[in-house]
Design a protein around this ligand. Structure first.
Ligand code: BGC
Length: 438
């Protein structure tokens, strides 16, 4: 194994996390698949006034004109069959989706049993199709009743009763999903969401530069994560818990003389994970880009275009993924799964090139002895991309408006062939090395 990254690459006060390392055998299958999220795909399928009507904090943000309208997205709630058909065509082995807390608990303490059955059915149908579900319990949005419009600070992670309600939700959803679910991810990128919500001020509750609120949110979310992990381990025989984290590769700018800004951004990568790693079986790396930490880079973000950037101005850097794998391995010593990786582009060849180069970086990491268990790409279809609305297209397919069919792009067929040809770890290790796969 090559030398781990220097301490300087890790955040201040680096802790040592010990773990018993048992590498999987090369004959095991690599965990190939696709990631999606409920809010970005599902239609609400309820009207105001109906008993099960629900809203989320993000819907309020949309109403206030702070984010683009979502509408019915990909109609995935009523037409999961369309997603499933696409998954089968692509040959995905794993599918990561999430349960919408707002949908299953439309009012405090009141559960929508039909909605719960809907999610259970999804997991069962996936299993029947030979696709292993990875179920996330929170992907950015909160039930609207945890949002205090008059006093947004007392919302979401900082709602006085959030932890109590979260427990009630866990007690309901974990046993319900358990018969068809082995892999649970309590939260998707809490670190990224908390940074965007309490420091950048761009996501609900839209608070700018409050380190006090940031730390309060980290405290609440990590307590809630650990509670979810405990319940999964207790209630699901053989259950595995994945900590999914947003892990951009930050680079230090020469103008950042003291390194203050760089270190601050490293904190946003690891503050959450440091506090939950002990109850975690696998670390889920969401990696998209690398970024020089500095005012100039941020100011020019939206105008950056060309081969080295996505249509959102994110810098394409597969080597950043390799380094991130090294860093996470050195810091935590736990198995890793790439839980999101993909590119917003209208040029599908660019998507293939992006995936190809990032897969090469992962295969190299495998050859170098790092314990990466699988790869899930973002995403199955072009979807609602938060404050970018429908403009940023990450999909292996797009939805045909009339039939709602997911029309596969070339990248989907390319990915299908890769998953088939490199299905085992042994085969995938050779990817991009010049050696034959079989
Ligand atoms: C999120 C997804 C999002 C993707 C691309 C990740 O941060 O988990 O919801 O669509 O990045 O921006």
């Amino acid at each position: 194994m090559p030398k781990p990254p220097s301490q300087a690459q890790l955040s201040e006060g680096t802790k040592t996390f010990s773990a018993t390392k048992k590498m999987p055998s090369d004959s095991e299958d690599f965990m190939w698949g696709v990631s999606v999220s409920s809010y970005q795909y599902e239609n609400p399928d309820v009207r105001k006034g109906e008993a099960d009507y629900f809203e989320t904090d993000w819907d309020y943000f949309v109403e206030e004109g702070k984010a683009p309208r979502k509408g019915n997205a990909l109609d995935s709630w009523t037409h999961f069959d369309k997603d499933l058909a696409a998954l089968k065509k692509i040959g995905a082995k794993f599918y990561r989706f999430n349960v919408s807390w707002a949908r299953v608990e439309p009012r405090p303490g009141v559960f929508n049993e039909t909605a719960i059955r809907g999610y259970v059915r999804m997991a069962r149908q996936l299993k029947e199709a030979g696709i292993e579900p990875i179920v996330c319990l929170w992907h950015f949005t909160f039930p609207g009743w945890l949002y205090d419009k008059k006093n947004p600070v007392r919302s979401n992670w900082l709602h006085p009763e959030v932890q109590e309600y979260w427990e009630g939700y866990l007690d309901k959803i974990i046993p319900a999903m358990a018969p068809y679910t082995k892999y649970f991810a309590p939260q998707n990128e809490p670190n990224g969401q908390i940074t965007t919500a309490y420091l950048v001020g761009q996501w609900p509750p839209g608070i700018l530069l409050s380190t006090k609120r940031y730390w309060q949110a980290i405290e609440a979310s990590t307590t809630m994560y650990n509670e979810a992990a405990r319940k999964v381990h207790e209630l699901v025989p053989g259950g595995k818990v994945i900590a999914i984290v947003a892990l951009p590769w930050w680079e230090r700018s020469v103008l950042d003389v003291t390194g203050y800004f760089y270190r601050s951004l490293l904190h946003t990568n690891y503050d959450h994970l440091d506090r939950v790693v002990a109850s975690t079986d696998m670390i889920g790396i969401n990696y998209y880009y690398s970024q020089v930490v500095g005012v100039f880079a941020y100011a020019t973000l939206n105008s950056r275009r060309g081969n080295h950037y996505s249509m959102m101005g994110w810098r394409i850097n597969p080597d950043g993924l390799y380094k991130q794998i090294q860093t996470i391995s050195a810091r935590y010593g736990k198995p890793m799964l790439i839980t999101e990786n993909g590119v917003a582009t209208r040029k599908d060849e660019k998507r293939i090139e992006y995936m190809n180069s990032h897969l090469k970086a992962i295969a190299r990491a495998l050859r170098d002895g790092y314990d990466v268990r699988g790869y899930l790409t973002w995403s199955l279809a072009d979807n609602y991309e938060w404050h970018y609305g429908y403009d940023a297209t990450f999909g292996l397919s797009h939805m045909e408006p009339e039939t709602l069919d997911r029309k596969l792009k070339l990248s989907a067929y390319w990915y299908r062939d890769i998953m088939e040809k490199y299905s085992s770890r042994a085969a995938f290790k050779k990817f991009g090395s010049g050696a034959k796969a079989h």
